[in-house]
Design a protein around this ligand. Structure first.
Ligand code: MG
Length: 301
């Protein structure tokens, strides 16, 4: 397949020579927040400028799941299977309860409004970790032009006691985030700029402390060229599959690039799904793609 670029022979074992990059749908505006519901065999994803969450399934095709939706961005599920969504416009993280009602989990820190939560993951202890750059309040296109009240940060929300704590604050544009399969590491991308105005654009890797609540380190892990490490997921071997300027890059735990899936439009985020978690769903600008791989997404512990 022309869209596959093998850089390390290990990548050959992760892809399929006869599985094409399939375009599932087009005509959206800017896609993000893909989350797979294995129990319902469907994908939910955000179409941010259209202020909606879409649903796709092989059997049912595309439907609007929610609109308006608070200009949604990153999404995931919690340990009970409930949908967790970042909202740009409402500047919060929400949980959709099993009866469909929407609960705001976090919208302020120390009395000040969050910026525009961007991406979110849930740890095995149920805690909800999310990034909060100001991208959704810079423009009306992706949310609404509003004033920032807090610096860009990464937070941990404890749904047990409702506390919100800062886990990292040395980012300009904290964006995608993902735990390694054993949760000993947390990867967080910075898509911001340095004080010199140079783009940062890389993924950093942190060690998760023994308490499971704090992180340390934060070394440079991977910089895709061309860059756009907006969103990423781990596979079950701990490789990181990340959005990049030219498609999806597969990077091993040491930070070595193994191979690429070339995608014709800018990739914002990805997730593994399908019957065996081996189908990679790719949110790429106005298009949703999918490709079957020979690797499985990390199972939540
Ligand atoms: Mg993002």
């Amino acid at each position: 397949m022309d869209e596959l670029e093998i850089i390390d022979k290990r990548f050959k074992g992760y892809v399929l020579f006869n599985a094409p990059l399939e375009q599932l749908g087009d005509g959206f505006r800017w896609l993000e927040g893909p989350v797979w519901f294995g129990d319902r065999q469907c994908l939910l994803f955000s179409d941010i400028p259209n202020d909606r969450i879409m649903r796709w399934s092989e059997a049912g095709g595309f439907e609007v799941f929610r609109q308006p939706a608070g200009f949604p961005n990153g999404q995931t599920r919690d340990r009970q299977g409930r949908l967790i969504t970042c909202s740009h416009y409402n500047r919060c993280v929400t949980r959709t309860e099993l009866d469909g009602t929407v609960t705001v989990l976090a919208d302020r820190f120390d009395g000040k409004r969050l910026n525009s939560p961007n991406d979110v993951v849930v740890k095995s202890d149920g805690s909800i970790w999310f990034t909060d750059p100001p991208y959704g309040i810079h423009t009306d296109y992706e949310g609404g032009k509003q004033k920032s009240e807090v610096p860009p940060r990464v937070y941990r929300f404890d749904p047990g006691d409702g506390t919100l704590s800062i886990v990292a604050d040395d980012f300009d544009g904290p964006n995608g985030l993902c735990f390694s399969p054993d949760e000993s590491r947390l990867y967080i991308s910075d898509t911001g700029t340095q004080p010199s105005d140079e783009p940062v654009e890389h993924i950093r890797v942190f060690d998760v402390d023994g308490d499971g609540k704090t992180i340390r380190g934060g070394d440079h892990f991977y910089k895709s060229i061309p860059s756009n490490a907006d969103g990423f997921r781990c596979d079950e071997d701990g490789n990181v599959w990340t959005s990049a300027g030219d498609g999806v890059h597969c990077v091993d735990p040491s930070g070595a690039l193994l191979g690429k899936i070339k995608v014709p439009s800018q990739v914002g985020n990805i997730t593994f799904g399908g019957r065996n978690r081996s189908r990679l769903f790719i949110c790429a600008s106005h298009t949703l793609y999918a490709i079957y791989t020979n690797q499985r997404g990390a199972q939540r512990p």
